[in-house]
Design a binder for this molecule. Structure first.
Ligand SMILES: NC(=O)c1ccc[n+]([C@@H]2O[C@H](COP(=O)([O-])OP(=O)(O)OC[C@H]3O[C@@H](n4cnc5c(N)ncnc54)[C@H](O)[C@@H]3O)[C@@H](O)[C@H]2O)c1
Length: 334
């Protein structure tokens, strides 16, 4: 189903981070509904390089793009020589998703260089091409502030959250100087859905718990998980936000969640029901201090500015997702 009246046919669309989870879903949506669009994906993909936490430095994967028939450029947003390759096109829309997306990377230099420095280039690109730029911010900008989290009241608690917070400040300054260029930041809450598998340990708990259950194990949760609440949002609703944001009435940053927080225990219970198992739950102590206990997006301004209306409850999202969770079970991750 088409999400909005924006016509991407005969348009050139740049998707950075297009080999990742959210970017590849945007690419496939536009390809499916607008066969005369020209989509350019720019992504670093993955090498064997890892951060000190053991996770890969970038999660893009070619398997997320099987079936994609647009153009693909493998490049690093930190590298001017790679970015030069983007200069040969004339863009109508830019979706900027590329980032170090791992919230548990503490190498501040690497995060700030990748997430913040490169952002100036894409703002300038949007200005030169006079086209809308929709970029990924994050609920991590809120840290452990009380729910519901509202744009304009942020307190990031890790380098990743700060990098997105800084992008929001830079975008606001840019918009003041360039009010006619559409710049929209989207603060995604906890996204889950197809094409996240290759994020490994940083993928959502929906797929991780799903695979534990398929492995015949009880889902492993922190003690008290029925009281740890998150605003989990299905990828189709995140897609809706990205597409509708192209027609936002006002520049700014907007929350993208359901507004209806659910517990980790809910995920485990819904999965077991959908998979026809009842292994109970394997609880263990939460090793983290300063752990977010309740996230909940206030989506009033997203509704008002671009008619954002999430439609997937956790039950419906997981039901849609289960066939893919099964397909990805035992899939090699590299
Ligand atoms: N998934 C979520 O729950 C969530 C929540 C909040 C915000 N976000 C943000 O949304 C965006 C997309 O997230 P995702 O879940 O699809 O993550 P992802 O890691 O799957 O996608 C990010 C993509 O960026 C690419 N990338 C990383 N470093 C790069 C570099 N230096 N040059 C070029 N490409 C590079 C990766 O290869 C990857 O394909 C990110 O900016 C992330 O921070 C995601």
């Amino acid at each position: 189903m088409k999400i909005s009246d924006t016509n991407f046919n005969k348009k050139t669309i740049l998707i950075t981070g297009g080999a990742g989870f959210i970017g590849s879903n945007i690419a496939f949506y536009i390809q499916k509904h607008f066969p005369y669009s020209r989509i350019i994906i720019f992504d670093l993909f993955r090498s064997g390089e890892k951060f000190s936490n053991g996770n890969l430095k970038s999660f893009g994967h070619y398997k997320n793009l099987i079936g994609f028939n647009g153009e693909v450029i493998c490049g690093n947003i930190n590298n001017r020589n790679d970015l030069i390759q983007l200069e040969k096109y004339k863009y109508d829309f830019i979706f900027h998703q590329a980032a170090i997306s791992d919230t548990r990377v503490y190498d501040q230099e690497a995060i700030m260089k990748t997430n913040i420095n490169s952002f100036y280039f894409f703002l300038d690109l949007a200005k030169r091409h006079d086209c809308p730029l929709v970029y990924a911010s994050s609920a991590a900008t809120y840290g452990s502030l009380e729910a519901p989290q509202k744009v304009g009241c942020e307190d990031p608690e890790n380098p990743y959250g700060y990098s997105k917070y800084a992008m929001d400040q830079i975008a606001a300054q840019f918009s003041k100087k360039n009010p006619n260029i559409k710049i929209i930041g989207l603060k995604f809450f906890n996204v889950y859905g197809p094409r996240e598998f290759f994020k490994g340990k940083t993928s959502s708990m929906v797929i991780q718990l799903g695979h534990q259950i398929l492995n015949g194990q009880a889902p492993r949760l922190f003690e008290g998980s029925d009281k740890i609440l998150r605003d989990f949002i299905f990828i189709d609703d995140v897609l809706q936000a990205n597409i509708k944001a192209c027609e936002s009435k006002n520049n700014g940053v907007y929350n993208v969640g359901t507004g209806k927080p659910r517990s980790f225990q809910d995920i485990a219970d819904i999965l077991q029901k959908e998979l026809g198992c009842d292994y109970g739950t394997d609880y263990f102590p939460n090793p983290y201090t300063g752990y977010q206990m309740h996230t909940q997006a206030d989506i009033t301004s997203s509704q008002e500015n671009f008619n954002f209306e999430p439609v997937f409850s956790l039950e419906r999202g997981i039901k849609h997702y289960v066939p893919n969770i099964k397909d990805m079970f035992k899939m090699p991750i590299d």
